[in-house]
Ligand binder design. Structure first.
Ligand SMILES: [Mn+2]
Length: 275
C-alpha cells in the first residue's frame, strides 16, 4: 500500500443524479473528475443524467459530455455494477426499463441493502413532485412572474406612489416565495417517505429536487444525492454501511481529508469490519 502513485477513493456504493448532460448548466467536467477519482462496487444513476427535454429543443453536446458517457461505460466494462433509474428529463429511457445496455441495467426503481442491513428504496422522485405532475405550466408562470417583477419593481412602485398607494415590497414577496419552496420540499419529502413506509423500507434514496440531504422524515431515512448543475454532490455508502454526502467543491482538493482513508485504485476493497 506504499505506492500511491495513483489513488482512488473507494466506496461500496455511489448514487448520483441530475447531471443534466446536454445543457450548458451541467458541470460535466467536474462530474468526470469525480468519476475518475472513485472506485466502487455499484453506481446508481438516479435519473436526469441526460436532459432530453433540452436536447430536443436545442442540440448541445460538447466533448466533455461525451467523455462522461464513455467513462460510465468504461466503468461498467471493468466490472462496476451500474444501474440507471431514468428521471423525468430522461424519461425516453423509461422505454428501456428491464433491459441492459452497454452493461448498464435500466430500472424503474430499485431496492438496495446497505452493509449494515438497512433496506432502501431507490427512485428518482419526480412522481412525488405535484407541481410537475399536475401543473407544469404553473412552474413556468412562476418563473416568468419572478423575472418580470424584478424588472418592473421600481416602475411599479413609482406608479403606486403616484396613486398614493403604499410601497409594495419585492423582498417580502420573495420571502414568501422562499417559504413556498420550503413547504414544497417538505411536502415532497413527506409524500416520498409515506410511500417508502408503505413499501416496507427503512429509507429512501432519491434525487430530482437538486438538494443533497440526509435526515429522518418521521421514522424514514431520507437521503437525496443532490445534483451536478449547482451543488455538485453525490451520496456514497462506506464499507460499514454508513451513508455520506460528498460535496465535490469542498473535497476535490482535499481528498486525503475525505471521511475514510485513501486506497490504491486496484487494491482489494476494505472488508466490512476492517478498514
Ligand atoms: Mn428530475
Amino acid at each position: 500500500m506504499n505506492d500511491l502513485s495513483y489513488t482512488a477513493k473507494v466506496f461500496k456504493t455511489v448514487w448520483v443524479s441530475d447531471v443534466h448532460l446536454g445543457t450548458k448548466g451541467s458541470r460535466a467536467k467536474e462530474f468526470l473528475e469525480f468519476l475518475k477519482t472513485i472506485e466502487c462496487e455499484k453506481i446508481f444513476l438516479v435519473g436526469d443524467i441526460v436532459d432530453g427535454w433540452q436536447l430536443s429543443k436545442r442540440w448541445y453536446w460538447p466533448q466533455t459530455h461525451n467523455d462522461v458517457v464513455q467513462k460510465i461505460l468504461e466503468k461498467a466494462k471493468r466490472g462496476t455494477e451500474i444501474i440507471f433509474i431514468p428521471g423525468n428529463h430522461d424519461e425516453v429511457a423509461r422505454d428501456f426499463i428491464g433491459l441492459t445496455m452497454g452493461g448498464i441495467k435500466v430500472k424503474d426503481d430499485d431496492i438496495h441493502f446497505t452493509a449494515d442491513g438497512k433496506k432502501f428504496w431507490v427512485v428518482h422522485g419526480d412522481l412525488f413532485d405535484n407541481v410537475i405532475q399536475h401543473a407544469r405550466w404553473l412552474a413556468y408562470i412562476g418563473d416568468w412572474a419572478y423575472v418580470f417583477l424584478l424588472k418592473t419593481n421600481a416602475v411599479f412602485n413609482a406608479i403606486r406612489r403616484l396613486f398614493k398607494l403604499p410601497y409594495w415590497s419585492l423582498s417580502q414577496y420573495l420571502k414568501s416565495k422562499v417559504k413556498l419552496a420550503v413547504s414544497f420540499m417538505s411536502a415532497f419529502e413527506k409524500s416520498i417517505a409515506t410511500e417508502t413506509r408503505r413499501r416496507g423500507c427503512d429509507g429512501v434514496i432519491c434525487g430530482h429536487i437538486h438538494k443533497a440531504e440526509m435526515k429522518m422524515v418521521e421514522d424514514i431515512m431520507y437521503a437525496n444525492d443532490g445534483d451536478w448543475v449547482e451543488s455538485m454532490t453525490a451520496l456514497v455508502e462506506n464499507f460499514d454501511g454508513k451513508l455520506e454526502i460528498i460535496e465535490w467543491s469542498k473535497t476535490k482538493d482535499t481528498s486525503s481529508q475525505w471521511g475514510c482513508g485513501l486506497y490504491p485504485a486496484n487494491s482489494e476493497a476494505p472488508k466490512k469490519n476492517g478498514t
